[in-house]
Design a protein around this ligand. Structure first.
Ligand code: MG
Length: 248
């Protein structure tokens, strides 16, 4: 069941998502070669403490950190630790908070220093595909238009969309209906209505879309070891059209 949100509820979600965007921007600003990925988690945790909000991922199904840090072939759900970032790494940061009873969720992929031209293209394709999906958020239209738009952009670049993970509704819960795959034909699924709130999150691979999960039980990596990127925004469908809540 899709839980539509009132303008008051969307205002609360806007606040939660603004904090998410601010904290992600802080991390992006401070990321450097030589840092351990757990240092990024410390920045996220301090950002939450300063704003008196609760990190959404810590403890979620026993996830041990505030932020997911996924490097290079890691697609999503990477656990911050002692791995040191180096020049040329591609780092995906997925982060959420809970504030006034509502969740915010967003992700960015950041280049550590100079990265390869393939890495830059993959980032561009992934972010572009996110905005292509956001442009399809329209009252009266079908949800799978977003899936199709995402896949088209990514595949036109010659890359692949990850199929094992999906975007999702969001609100008083981190994950609500509907599920939003990043691939598939348009014109299917639920009809979008004003009050819909979605976390749209294309994940991509420079090689094959297949992933496997590491022994830590969380980290998803591309099976063929190719580079991966991830961008996510939480958006709301309002009377005035789509609103990106997790944008500064
Ligand atoms: Mg999400």
């Amino acid at each position: 069941m899709i839980l539509l949100k009132s303008p008051q509820e969307i205002a609360k979600m806007e606040k939660a998502n603004r904090y998410v965007a601010e904290i992600l921007a802080e991390i992006k600003e401070r990321i450097r070669p030589g840092m351990e990925t757990r240092e990024l988690d410390v920045i996220a945790e301090e950002g939450c403490r300063r704003r008196q909000v609760k990190p959404a991922f810590k403890g979620y199904r026993n996830f041990p950190a505030c932020i997911c840090v996924s490097v290079n072939e890691e697609v999503v759900h990477g656990i911050p630790g002692h791995r040191r970032l180096k020049e040329g790494d591609l780092v995906s940061l997925d982060f959420g908070v809970q504030c006034d009873g509502f969740f915010g969720d967003a992700a960015i992929t950041v280049a550590v220093g100079e990265v390869s031209s393939q890495a830059r293209r993959l980032m561009r394709a992934t972010e572009e595909s996110l905005y292509a999906a956001i442009n399809q958020v329209k009252a009266g239209e079908r949800l799978s238009n977003l899936s199709h738009a995402t896949q088209k952009v990514v595949e036109d670049y010659g890359f692949a969309v990850i199929r094992q993970f999906v975007g999702h509704g969001i609100g008083r819960s981190l994950h609500e209906d509907p599920q939003l795959p990043n691939f598939g034909p348009p014109g299917r699924g639920p009809i979008m209505q004003v009050g819909l709130t979605l976390a749209i999150e294309p994940m991509t691979s420079a090689g094959s879309w297949q992933v496997r999960i590491l022994k830590d039980g969380w980290t998803a990596v591309t099976k063929d070891g190719s580079l991966s990127a991830h961008f996510e925004h939480t958006v709301a469908l309002t009377e005035k059209g789509v609103l990106i809540l997790s944008k500064l």
